[in-house]
Design a protein around this ligand. Structure first.
Ligand SMILES: CC(=O)N[C@H](C=O)[C@@H](O)[C@H](O)[C@H](O)COP(=O)(O)O
Length: 224
């Protein structure tokens, strides 16, 4: 079955612990990914080539790989460099996602999509808008994600905000595999994502950022 068909109609679990937190370690991410698959995830999304390496031997479902960087002169964070693409491909990612915005950046979205395709991997554009997605289609992306909706213009979205269902509808109309991603923090939201046309829904924080999930529950306790 193709990578897209393996993911279609299913949940992708983004196994990205809180940066520099106690769970932000390759062997823990590998364990999270295995647990996600045991729970029914049809794919996982993993940050860092080292964590993709650590996970690949343990699961057979598709891995969406990204590298996140803090660049001094660009707001782009997700997979900005060719070396990131190459490292993720070597580590065994099946899909490589990249920031699909047109913000100033070291390498263009078009160059990234071409490089990912040349390595035999599927390019996924993490988009912030319909405009990003339309450009991604012309550049050869195979998956359009609503990942960056709400995170490009100030004020940025918080985990409590609703997902951008409207954007999912817009992406789906472009005819490519559509990934609903960003703030799908409950089963109800996931159901709604599919109602709006998603081919798959990615869930991150609500499943794999234990510090944040804990804080949601603590907020309801009298002593915080
Ligand atoms: C905006 C950005 O950098 N998003 C990142 C992309 O990889 C991750 O931090 C998110 O956790 C992921 O997209 C899943 O979303 P949520 O955690 O809301 O379920």
């Amino acid at each position: 079955m193709s990578i897209l068909d393996q993911m279609r109609g299913g949940i992708v679990v983004s196994c990205q612990p809180v940066d520099h937190g106690p769970m932000d370690q390759p062997h823990i991410v590998a364990a999270m990914a295995q647990a996600a698959v045991a729970g029914g995830a049809k794919a996982v999304r993993i940050e860092g080539a080292d964590k993709v390496w650590a996970t690949r031997p343990h699961i057979s479902v598709p891995i969406i790989g990204i590298v996140k960087r803090d660049l001094p002169d660009s707001d782009v964070r997700i997979t900005p460099y060719l070396e990131d693409v190459e490292a993720l491909a070597d580590a065994g990612a099946d899909v490589i996602a990249y920031d699909g915005t047109n913000r100033p950046r070291p390498l263009s979205t078009s160059e990234l999509a071409v490089a990912i395709t040349a390595l035999g991997k599927l390019p996924m554009a993490d988009c912030s808008s319909l405009v990003d997605a339309e450009r991604a289609v012309t550049e050869g992306a195979q998956i359009l994600g609503s990942t960056l909706s709400g995170y490009v213009d100030a004020p940025t979205a918080t985990d409590e905000d609703m997902p951008d269902y409207f954007m999912v509808r817009q992406l789906k109309q472009l005819g490519l595999f559509t990934m609903a991603e960003g703030r799908y923090s409950s089963p109800d939201r996931v159901r709604e994502g599919f109602v709006h046309g998603a081919d798959a829904v990615t869930v991150g924080t609500a499943l794999t950022r234990l510090e944040i999930m804990t804080s949601w529950f603590c907020a309801e306790a009298p002593n915080g």
